[in-house]
Design a protein around this ligand. Structure first.
Ligand code: ZN
Length: 468
């Protein structure tokens, strides 16, 4: 993990946020190649789950949202509990639950409800010396009220009326626009509404690099269906297959590093009938990548109640009104990016390596995801005809190829290959003296490190083919 984090900083994938001012914990900025990778992942997700489906449409909702949305969703009440954190294992848990569990194990009949933060703190830290139920250590932070949503004060008047929130999840955008989408499009059940975009959670738990951050990019789909006409278990299994296939085939991740984990009763939200996480084996262990939850009709019913609106849809065949149920696949795109970097990172065996240090670091990224598609090199930087020809090839490829192309003439060829391997560039083209005679160049493949000689006029179509 340390090596990957260092590579990310050194080569421009990920930087700590606000770094020149000492940083803001749990924020990150994406550098030039990180931004390309992020954008390529988002495009792949959108293409697979919106463009290539005939039953899903996309929306983009505002980041600033009405406070009532989050009352209806349960975020402002549920997220505002008195919480305590274990400094050792980073478990965050409701303070009253810690005490209740302690009492119930010892059959103590005492009420915890309605106690102040100070009182809860005193019971856990001093009176009972309760240990963390997860790791058994007694290393707590103080008890504090914790609302995970970021409040926003609109206008110049302070007070409850001007209070809005940065959204805590993209999902609510789909529920509050459900009626708009039904009225303005031709969708029919079952159908999905998809969204890619930032969400914000004021979490204080330190994460592993971009694994858990204050703001993060989500890719969520709310898949609406009539529970009397569609079998939810069948839909659930179809979604599991789609998610798995996307990660393995579109993102090129090794399926040995993936597994499903079903949530137990105590972990699952009370309204969910089934929740499973697709987990990836990060260097710090198997962790949630992509959640899949059957949320019933809970969200639409909550909004119908809070907004006092009819959020049902009329079945065109029977004329019956239905409040659809929903299955929700929800993924963090930044977490997906971290997974891809971890999965693609290799250190080649020195005996087969061409790297200058004898230890080649290479990101074996799927060519579709690679931040830079092609690097073009003149063999020598001080031979003008080589440099001129390299520039011509570079400019011409830019017209043909969708994605970043780079031109590099610094240092020797070995070092230039090495630098491109580190950011996962699949192809390097070198213009040498033979190129001047017969208008051919060498194309070097990142993974096999083999070179083939290709006519310049065929380069565009050849590379396009290889990137597909
Ligand atoms: Zn702990």
């Amino acid at each position: 993990m340390e090596k990957i984090v260092a590579l990310c900083k050194r080569r421009g994938f990920i930087y700590p946020g606000s770094e020149i001012y000492g940083g803001v914990a749990n924020t990150y900025d994406y550098g030039p190649v990180g931004t390309e990778l992020l954008s390529n992942i988002k495009n792949a997700w959108w293409k697979t789950f919106v463009h290539q489906r005939d039953d899903i449409v996309g929306i983009e909702a505002s980041l600033i949202s009405h406070q009532e949305i989050w009352k209806a969703s349960g975020h402002t009440t549920g997220f505002a509990d008195a919480m305590i954190d274990c400094k050792n294992c980073k478990l965050r848990i409701r303070a009253d639950h810690v005490i209740e569990e302690y009492y119930s194990k010892r059959s103590i009949k005492e009420k915890v409800e309605g106690k102040s933060l100070d009182a809860l703190d005193k019971i856990i830290q001093n009176d009972l010396g309760i240990v963390c139920p997860n790791c058994g250590k007694h290393k707590w932070t103080g008890v504090r009220k914790f609302n995970l949503l970021f409040p926003v004060n609109l206008g110049i008047v302070e007070g409850d009326q001007s209070l809005a929130y940065l959204r805590g999840e993209t999902a609510q955008g789909m529920f509050v626009n459900f009626q708009n989408v039904v009225d303005s499009t031709r969708v029919r059940l079952p159908f999905g509404i998809a969204q890619l975009g930032k969400s914000f959670r004021n979490e204080i738990t330190p994460g592993n690099s971009i694994f858990r951050t204050l703001e993060f990019e989500q890719g969520e789909i709310e898949y609406f269906f009539d529970p009397e006409k569609s079998d939810w278990e069948k839909l659930f299994d179809e979604w599991k297959k789609s998610m798995w296939s996307f990660v393995v085939k579109e993102l090129g991740v090794n399926e040995k590093n993936l597994r499903w984990r079903e949530h137990g009763d105590e972990e699952r939200s009370f309204y969910s009938k089934r929740t499973e996480d697709l987990e990836y084996k990060f260097p710090f262990g198997f962790k949630e990548l992509w959640g899949l939850a059957y949320r019933t009709d809970y969200d639409l019913r909550q909004h119908a109640k809070f907004a006092n609106k009819d959020l049902s849809i009329t079945d065109p065949e029977t004329g019956k009104k239905v409040v659809p149920h929903v299955i929700e696949p929800a993924v963090g795109i930044n977490r997906m990016l971290l997974m891809i970097l971890c999965d693609a990172y290799r250190e080649d065996d020195p005996s087969t390596s061409s790297g200058p240090s004898g230890n080649r670091v290479v990101l074996k990224l799927h060519p579709k995801l690679a931040p830079v598609k092609v690097a073009v090199f003149p063999l020598l930087a001080n031979k003008l005809p080589l440099v001129k020809m390299a520039k011509d090839v570079y400019r011409d490829l830019k017209k043909h190829i969708n994605g970043m192309i780079t031109l590099d003439d610094r240092g020797n060829i070995g070092k230039r290959y090495y630098a491109q391997d580190e950011i996962g560039t699949p192809f390097c083209i070198t213009i040498d003296f033979q190129s001047l005679e017969d208008k051919t160049v060498t194309v070097r493949d990142r993974d096999s490190m083999k070179q083939e000689r290709v006519k310049i006029e065929n380069l565009g179509s050849l590379i396009t083919q290889k990137l597909a």
